[in-house]
Structure formats: structure tokens, C-alpha cells
Design a protein around this ligand. Structure first.
Ligand code: ADP
Length: 251
């Protein structure tokens, strides 16, 4: 179970009088792939950080699995993936993935079993003994996704995870992520400023406008799963992209 509920969630940063997120009411359903799209500065990261208990709302609240965000973090209900893979260069792929398990004292055998499952899930079998600097950017992000899933959290928070990848690798990672999502049945909150990426991945797409961070529109993406790259040529897909562009005033 991973339902996320924002109740009038507001965040005003110190020294600012404009809320970065303003009185947000929103529910993300269990198992849903929710995407936030909008220009830089519209409050996407702020919103994700509130869910992950990395910062606190200045008014209102967020309820995760029926608990406070703080309790959900203590219960390891989240895996978080950022744009930068943040791997330790001196540790192998297997040791990067097992780090969170090591930190809470899982024994060697249990760790090895879990790492094997995760390496299979992100399709990195054969690369366990490689170091991060021997991997492509896409492979590094697979390692960080595997590490985020190490405790099998019900909720995956992803802040522009593919923003630094080239376009072809990014398309591949989009497909991979949808496969992982459908196999692992996670609830996903995913941030991007790529409109086509948002439409390709999302069950729903939240379109945000800046200052104060407000939801301009929430779109249901009525495209069947599994989605293949060819869906990008579908008239419906193109229509969604165009609609979001217009909503954001992108010419
Ligand atoms: P996005 O992720 O959509 O780019 P952010 O959530 O990072 O947007 O930022 C939303 C707004 O809050 C921006 O105007 C940004 O300048 C401001 N902001 C973000 N983090 C801080 C901070 N730590 N201190 C002050 N202002 C911040």
C-alpha cells in the first residue's frame, strides 16, 4: 500500500513571501505512476521533498500510507533517485546496491540474495564487480534505481532521474522504468521537464505553473500498457503533448 495525500500542503522558504508550493490538495493512488511536469522553479522538487520528508511543509500536511511523511521515512517506505546517480566510485556495483542493507546490519548471505534479485530486476547481471566509472550513464542510473529499491519500498520518488542522459539512452530508460514499475507494483512520483517523457510514463500528469507553485491541470493519460516507443507516434500521444505545451505557454 502506498497512497500519498497532500492536504493543503504549502511550503514557503525562509526569506521568501511567495510559496514554492501553495495549498496543494492531491491524492496519488496506490500503484499509480504520477508525473509532475513544469518549468524550472515551479515547485516540483519542493513537492517531492515534502513527500520524502527531506523538508517539511510550512502549512498543511502530507499523509503517506496513512502516516506522517516522517514516520514513512523511518519505516523505509521510500526509495529516492536523483538526477545524479550518487554512487561511490570505490565500491563495486554490487556493493553500491547493498550499501543501505549493510548500514542496517543485514548479514552477508541475505545481502547477496537481495543484490542478486535487484541486479536481475535492473538487468545488470554480469556487471556486479564493475565500478561505477566503468559504466555508461544509463547503467549508473540503473544501479541507483536498484539501490533505491533495496528495501522493497512501496513508494519510489524520482527527481529528473534521466535528465542528464542522451536522448536515446533516455528513451531506453523510460521503457526499462515502465517494466520495473509493472513488475514491482510501486507507486511512483516522477519529476521531469520533458513533456513527451511525462506523457510516455504517466498514468496521470500534473502540469505545474510557477510562482506560486500551483497545479494548472491534471491529465489522465489514456494510453494502454505496456507502452512501446511507437506510442509516441500515436495521435492521442501527440495530442496530450500539444495540450500540455499550450497549457504551459510553450511555443
Ligand atoms: P523545480 O523543482 O520545479 O525546479 P523547486 O521546487 O526547486 O522547483 O523550487 C521552487 C521555488 O522555490 C523556486 O522559486 C526556488 O527558487 C525556490 N526554492 C527552492 N529551494 C529553495 C531554498 N532552499 N531556499 C529558498 N528558495 C528555494
Amino acid at each position: 500500500m502506498a497512497e500519498v495525500r497532500f492536504e493543503q500542503a504549502t511550503r514557503v522558504y525562509p526569506g521568501s513571501d511567495v510559496p514554492a508550493v501553495d495549498a496543494l490538495d492531491l491524492t496519488i493512488a496506490d500503484g499509480e505512476f504520477m508525473v509532475l511536469v513544469g518549468p524550472s522553479g515551479c515547485g516540483k522538487s519542493t513537492l517531492l521533498r515534502i513527500v520524502g520528508d527531506l523538508i517539511q511543509p510550512t502549512a498543511g500536511k502530507v499523509v503517506v500510507n496513512g502516516k506522517s511523511a516522517h514516520q514513512a521515512r523511518l519505516d523505509r517506505d521510500y526509495g529516492i533517485v536523483f538526477q545524479d546517480a550518487v554512487l561511490f566510485d570505490w565500491r563495486t556495483v554490487a556493493k553500491n546496491i547493498s550499501l543501505p542493507l549493510e548500514m542496517v546490519g543485514w548479514d552477508r548471505r541475505k545481502r547477496a540474495e537481495r543484490v542478486n534479485e535487484l541486479v536481475d530486476l535492473v538487468e545488470l547481471a554480469g556487471f556486479e564487480s564493475h565500478h561505477p566509472w566503468q559504466l555508461s550513464g544509463g547503467m549508473q542510473q540503473r544501479v541507483s534505481i536498484a539501490r533505491a529499491l533495496s528495501f522493497d519500498p512501496p513508494l519510489l520518488l524520482m527527481d529528473e532521474p534521466f535528465g542528464a542522459l542522451d536522448a536515446i539512452t533516455r528513451d531506453e530508460m523510460n521503457l526499462e522504468l515502465l517494466r520495473i514499475w509493472s513488475e514491482s507494483k510501486k507507486t511512483v512520483l516522477f519529476i521531469t521537464h520533458s513533456i513527451p517523457e511525462a506523457v510516455f510514463l504517466g498514468d496521470r500528469v500534473i502540469v505545474m505553473t510557477p510562482r506560486p507553485g500551483k497545479v494548472a491541470e491534471i491529465l489522465n493519460i489514456d494510453l494502454p500498457h505496456p507502452r512501446a516507443t511507437a506510442v509516441r507516434d500515436d495521435a492521442k500521444f501527440i495530442g496530450y503533448v500539444k495540450g500540455i505545451r499550450e497549457r504551459l505557454g510553450v511555443r
